[in-house]
Design a protein. Structure first.
Ligand code: ATP
Ligand code: MG
Length: 440
């Protein structure tokens, strides 16, 4: 049974001695903000991912603060403070590179002044201030609704978040379907936290996911872009991908890719996306940089490749075909997820370089190697080779050897490995079972 505001009015207070959050785990700047709010007579709580991650013994990504001070009042307390946001009016307190986000308690929004709801139930504005308790009930998941009180260092739990945290359970606060409709991004968030924390999704919070993917199409494309980066560039991309496909959400984000994935090729599933995400996860784990351009090159490659082959069959050369297909796919996918141009230009170069890499004779190889996009294009080629045919593998090996060779040896390297493009690829690919719900 999902608890609601009416049924469960009394919060559970977990005193300092009975939980594991210590001030040593909290950033000094977040503590400064909390203490200054307190000494000015306001309430100050750490909330959200910071509290959740500290209780799980993980290092928080950032620290969010909730208070009864209005954004304007917060601004008078901190010189280094900026007010941001229209949808959510927030105070950002800047300390060098660290930003502490300070949000005023927010209340219910039904038809009240400052709130607004579209016909399909989506919240348009959500800026009504409220009490701590109201703030707790409008958050997304119980484990994200725990408050660390700077006055007595206790944790305040209105929604049963502490129990769910201990049980490894993600549970939407209130009626899950309604909360997903209000803000469909919550569906991506539940998947992201399931992938990242290895938590199960409570049955009542899980069921509507299978039905509501369509709602994602109403989310502004720029917001989806931000969320996609969090899903795929935080080291849990494979788990996120598998869960998104399991709940039929992926196709509402990347319909062109989904159409390719649904169709096997020569009896084998397409594995490029999965390998690309495995590779990205490994890089994140090793602390290496990953770029949105490479990520989107991976996520959109199947439709680009399929389209380019069609164009080639109609008489275009491979390079032109990849240019045209790349542009079309970027334009179409931008309707769902807006990929900023500085990234999409790079993704397109990574794709067109795939037609250039086989042409290595004369001075071409040296010129390609010197190109600013070589590294990404070569990494991309390696990924394709892993799930591709022998020709592609030979080409990738050639480039690996070429880079390892010294100047003299490079000049003498044969370019006999046949160029890619002709013949039907013979693919040997591993089959994978789709992952059930809950991921590690
Ligand atoms: P992380 O920062 O590790 O990604 P987080 O839980 O802190 O995770 P934020 O996006 O920083 O995520 O949001 C901070 C808090 O704000 C959340 O924990 C949650 O309580 C609340 N919140 C964020 N997005 C929503 C939403 N779409 N609907 C309701 N509450 C939300
Ligand atoms: Mg956060």
């Amino acid at each position: 049974m999902t608890r609601t505001h009416e049924q469960h009015p009394e919060p559970r207070i977990i005193p300092r001695a009975e939980h594991t959050i210590s001030r040593a785990g909290i950033s000094e700047n977040a503590l400064k903000v909390l203490y200054r709010l307190k000494s000015a007579g306001y309430e100050g709580y750490l909330v959200g991912g910071g509290v959740r991650d500290l209780l799980l013994g993980r290092e928080p990504k950032d620290f969010d603060v909730a208070t009864d001070a209005t954004p304007e009042e917060v601004r008078t307390l901190f010189r280094n403070c900026r007010l941001i946001g229209r949808r959510f009016r927030l105070a950002h307190v800047h300390f060098g590179r660290e930003i502490i986000e300070v949000a005023t308690f927010r209340g219910a929004h039904q038809g009240e002044e400052g709130g607004g709801q579209a016909e399909d139930g989506m919240i348009l504005r959500d800026n009504v201030y409220g009490s701590l308790e109201e703030d707790a009930w409008r958050r997304d998941f119980t484990i994200n609704s725990l408050y660390y009180n700077i006055r007595d260092f206790s944790v305040v739990d209105f929604t049963g978040g502490m129990e769910d945290l201990q049980a490894g359970l993600l549970r939407v606060i209130g009626d899950a379907a309604q909360r997903y409709r209000e803000d469909p991004v919550r569906m991506l968030r539940v998947v992201r936290f399931a992938a990242k924390l290895g938590f199960r999704i409570h049955a009542e919070s899980e069921e509507p996911l299978f039905e509501l993917g369509e709602c994602l199409e109403a989310v502004p494309a720029a917001r989806l872009f931000d969320e996609i980066l969090k899903l795929f560039m935080s080291g849990h991309g494979v788990a996120s991908f598998e869960l998104l496909r399991h709940y039929d959400l992926f196709g509402h984000l990347f319909p062109l890719t989904e159409a390719c994935l649904a169709e096997e090729e020569g009896g084998f599933p397409h594995t490029m996306v999965l390998r690309g995400l495995e590779n990205t996860d490994a890089r994140v784990q090793e602390g290496k940089p990953v770029t949105p351009a490479f990520l989107f090159a991976v996520l959109l490659w199947e439709p680009v490749h399929a389209r380019a082959r069609t164009l080639q069959a109609e008489g275009m050369n491979e390079l032109q075909a990849l240019q045209v297909a790349g542009e079309q796919v970027v334009v179409e996918s931008n309707r769902h997820i807006s990929l900023p141009k500085r990234f999409s230009l790079q993704s397109r170069e990574i794709w067109t370089m795939q037609a250039r890499l086989p042409r290595r004779n004369g001075k071409r190889a040296a010129r390609l190697l010197a190109s600013p996009r070589f590294r990404a294009a070569y990494d991309f080629l390696l990924l394709r080779a892993e799930s591709g045919d022998e020709e592609l593998q030979a080409l990738a090996q050639w480039w690996t050897d070429y880079q390892a060779a010294d100047e003299d040896a490079r000049g003498g390297m044969s370019v006999k490995a046949p160029a890619e493009g002709g013949g039907k690829p013979r693919r040997r690919r591993r089959r994978r079972k789709p992952r059930p719900s809950g991921a590690e």
